[in-house]
Ligand binder design. Structure first.
Ligand SMILES: Cc1ncc(COP(=O)(O)O)c(C=O)c1O
Ligand SMILES: N[C@@H](CCCC[NH3+])C(=O)O
Length: 420
């Protein structure tokens, strides 16, 4: 459920009519709802009420906007970060360092150093090589880095292949068969306080079964490690819970997920970390856009050309992802259309042969479920600049990221003297 609803024939974000934002800020623009973010945070937290010791670390990659992070920080969330930039954002939003988890297969030396300097709560190590490097850096600073070993359980998450992370052929984590050996080696290093294991098998999961299979493998590994004399106090179960992108689609609820986790982990006796992203932010945002013009199709339906493009919302072009597309002031009439952006490639298509609200030049529309992996994946392709972002709170809203136009981006470039 989200707070984007039709009222008096016009789509509102909470109590703000979307035409007001379009008028005042311009389009395309992302619109996030504070109330939705807070409700999702609450529902997810309540779903884990039976987990005695836990940290919910928001996956910053899904929406790194500072204002969004601030809302979640105030809801008690920490942060799961995957780069120095995300780490700085989490700190800037007031996340306490001990609530920050650093994931990622390619953390650089500088990023490991930054994490150590800031005293973050946990590094999720993805290889022996990374573990050795982190241990050496920490030891040279007289520290012991708190860490978990990310394992690759070889489980098919049954999601899009580009966002599946837990199969043997994926680059993530240490293969389960090598986990014991790697753990033995890394746990013995002075610079590491190796406390447990981490797992994350993919994103936009529509089925709890692969998660349960992966968690069961983690549970067996924890038993093995303990039998070998290791003290295992922490397990990080990652994120991945999917959300509906089409009206009417059914997904496992946070409560069902929480019940499964509670059941599977009941006897583990560990502190659990969760890294949800999409389930918190996805349905808390829309991309508001204006129709530039409607163009007659060749041998298919008309092209509804909107002023948003694949550089603003990459998911349809990248994964063939579906985003519901609705008029802001629907007339009740419907049409079948190809919904496209202005960018010079055919991939800049949001939807083909889509039945949608009838739209004309100048009218406003939204792509729904754009709060996660939306603005954060934007580029400036075609020198279109970076899209603006707004956050609604009741009957007020704020611009929480300025539009960066092509000129400002150009200011960061130069022609060297020897070419002038
Ligand atoms: C390590 C890690 N944690 C958490 C997430 C967040 O995933 P989601 O947005 O699907 O909850 C991801 C992305 O898939 C990830 O790679
Ligand atoms: N970018 C992906 C999700 C990737 C998750 C990253 N771990 C999407 O838009 O669906």
């Amino acid at each position: 459920m989200d707070h984007f609803t039709l009222r008096d024939g016009v789509l509102h974000a909470e109590d703000v009519p979307l035409p007001r934002i379009a008028e005042e800020v311009g389009t395309p623009v992302y619109v996030y709802s504070r109330a939705t973010l807070e409700r999702h945070a609450r529902v997810f937290t309540e779903a884990l009420a039976d987990i005695p010791s836990k940290l919910i670390a928001f996956a910053v990659k899904s929406n790194p906007n500072l204002a969004v992070l601030k809302v979640l920080q105030r809801a008690g969330f920490g942060a799961d970060v995957v780069s120095g930039g995300e780490l700085r954002r989490a700190l800037a939003a007031g996340m306490p360092p001990e609530k920050i988890v650093f994931s990622g297969v390619g953390k650089t030396r500088a990023e490991l150093e930054l994490g150590l300097a800031e005293g973050i709560g946990q590094f999720n190590i993805e290889s022996r090589e990374e573990g050795r490097e982190l241990a050496e850096l920490a030891a040279s600073l007289g520290q012991r880095a708190r860490a978990c070993l990310r394992i690759n359980p070889d489980v098919d998450a049954k999601t899009h292949e580009k966002i599946s992370t837990g199969k043997a052929e994926n680059k993530f984590g240490i293969p389960l068969v090598h986990a014991r050996e790697a753990y033995d080696e890394l746990a013995a290093l002075d610079g590491l306080d190796l406390r447990g294991v981490a797992v994350h098998i993919g994103s936009q999961l529509g089925d709890l079964e692969p998660l349960e299979t992966a968690f069961a493998k983690v549970g067996a590994l924890v038993d093995d490690l303990r039998a070998a004399g290791h003290e295992v106090t922490h397990v990080d179960l990652g994120g991945g819970l999917g959300v509906p992108y089409k009206a009417g689609e059914q997904f496992p609820s946070p409560a069902e997920y929480g019940a499964m986790v509670a059941r599977v982990t009941r006897d583990w006796g560990v502190h659990l970390t969760f890294e949800p992203g999409r389930v918190i932010a996805g349905n808390a945002g829309v991309l508001l856009t204006r129709v530039v013009r409607v163009k007659r199709g060749g041998n298919g339906p008309p092209f509804v050309i909107v002023d948003a493009a694949m550089n603003d919302l990459a998911r349809p072009a990248l994964y063939g992802a579906w985003h519901d597309f609705d008029a802001v002031a629907p007339s009740g009439e419907r049409m079948t259309a190809n919904i496209v952006g202005p960018i010079c490639e055919t991939g800049d298509t949001f939807a083909q042969d889509r039945e949608c609200d009838a739209l004309q030049s100048g009218e406003l529309a939204v792509f729904r479920t754009a709060g996660a992996y939306g603005a954060t994946m934007a580029s400036s392709y075609n020198s279109r600049g970076f899209v603006a972002e707004t956050l609604v709170d009741g009957d007020r809203y704020a611009v929480v990221a300025d539009r960066i136009d092509a000129g400002a981006i150009m200011d960061a470039e130069r022609v060297p003297d020897w070419l002038a």
